[in-house]
Design a binder for this molecule. Structure first.
Ligand code: NAD
Ligand code: IPM
Ligand code: MN
Length: 324
């Protein structure tokens, strides 16, 4: 069994180091193989997702990814983010699970990950006009909706489908298809909510949500908001799953260039993503629980700076490893 590790950029290598140690302690039989990806791969290979890296990811049983992105390439023709979108698309990991849990809040955002504005035709015309287009096929909506309903069955049987059906044609399609899928799940309660209202309700009463399902860009924005409501980006993990092949596991946060290299990044989001990898990628529920509990204990004993503490990444990592 093989895991491809992509440390990525900025704080990526710092959080990947802790994750690798935890995996070595909890599941020493899983083979870890490292490949370049993101800004570092543009520098060394001229491509954020070199062919060897993509081939290795396709052959792996799971991919563990650190954040990518570097201000150096903000205005460059080739950007690290393009490699990430290509990887998600090539692996066809259409369902991006972003749980947010703290106190009375226990919600799961299921974000469509390989369609919509991120993958539509875009460009700049001669007159300077820029455009991005949003497209969804009924099949793209159906498969992610089905995944959301299946997950709701294992939770509190409630799905909130988030769209902008009062304005967007793609959202009206979204709503129609979600309603059709809902007929197969009469044990699950479905509500529709417009995205602006969803943002307001996530900020004012996040505990009212169970599963949210939404398109790519709405899910991107709402998942940072959900993270902020439940302890911050330092804690928020994600799992991206398709129907076959390797799943992709990565924190919700980015490369945090403002704190990279200082040894103070919170590795909890990366470690929780590693727990999702153990559970969803390998069915190792026991090891996943052990890791989650070790992270919770470290959060109480050695909180990092984003949480108001003063523990370094190293000290937090040591506290986690003590529980593995
Ligand atoms: P960011 O998530 O990197 O950082 C936002 C803020 O949160 C910063 O102040 C940062 O220090 C803080 N933060 C984030 N993660 C933290 C952690 N684990 N511990 C402590 N503090 C943490 O967002 P940004 O600054 O908008 O983006 C920076 C780069 O990351 C951009 O190039 C962007 O494209 C990229 N990005 C990549 C991913 C990914 O690889 N999946 C996700 C988001 C952003
Ligand atoms: C995320 C990130 C990415 C996204 C960027 C870096 C392309 O913000 O994983 O949330 O928007 O999907
Ligand atoms: Mn994001």
């Amino acid at each position: 069994m093989k895991i491809v590790c992509l440390p990525g950029d900025g704080v990526g290598p710092e959080v990947m180091d802790v994750a690798r140690r935890a995996l070595n302690a909890l599941a020493p039989d899983l083979e870890l193989e490292e490949h370049v990806f993101g800004a570092s791969a543009i520098r060394s290979a001229g491509n954020p997702l070199p062919e060897e890296t993509l081939t290795a990811c396709r052959r792996a049983d799971a991919v563990l990814k650190g954040p990518i992105g570097d201000p150096e390439f903000d205005a460059a023709p080739v950007r690290p983010e393009q490699g990430l979108l290509r990887l998600r698309g090539e692996l066809d990991v259409y369902a991006n699970l972003r749980p947010a849990v703290q106190g009375a809040v226990d919600l799961l955002i299921v974000r469509e990950l390989v369609g919509g504005l991120y993958f539509g035709v875009s460009g700049v015309r001669e007159d300077g006009t820029a455009f991005d287009t949003c497209e969804y096929t009924p099949a793209q909506v159906e498969r992610v909706a089905r995944r959301a309903f299946e997950l709701a069955r294992t939770r509190r049987q409630h799905v909130t489908s988030v769209d902008k059906a009062n304005v967007l044609e793609t959202s009206r399609l979204w709503r129609r298809v979600v309603n059709e899928v809902a007929r197969d799940y009469d044990d699950v309660v479905l509500e529709h909510m417009l995205v602006d209202n969803a943002a307001m309700q996530l900020a004012s009463s996040p505990e009212r949500f169970d599963v949210l399902v939404t398109e790519n860009m709405f899910g991107d924005i709402l998942s940072d908001l959900a993270a902020a409501m439940t302890g911050g980006l330092g804690l928020a993990p994600s799992a991206s799953l398709g129907d076959i092949g390797a799943g992709l596991f990565e924190p919700v946060h980015g490369s945090a260039p403002d704190i990279a290299g200082h040894g103070i990044v919170n590795p909890a989001a990366m470690l929780r993503s590693t727990a999702l990898l153990l559970e969803h990628g390998f069915g190792r529920t026991t090891e996943a629980r052990t890791l989650e509990e070790a992270v919770d204990a470290a959060l109480a004993a050695a909180p990092t700076r984003d949480l108001g503490g003063d523990a370094t990444t190293k000290a937090f990592g040591a506290a986690v490893l003590a529980g593995c």
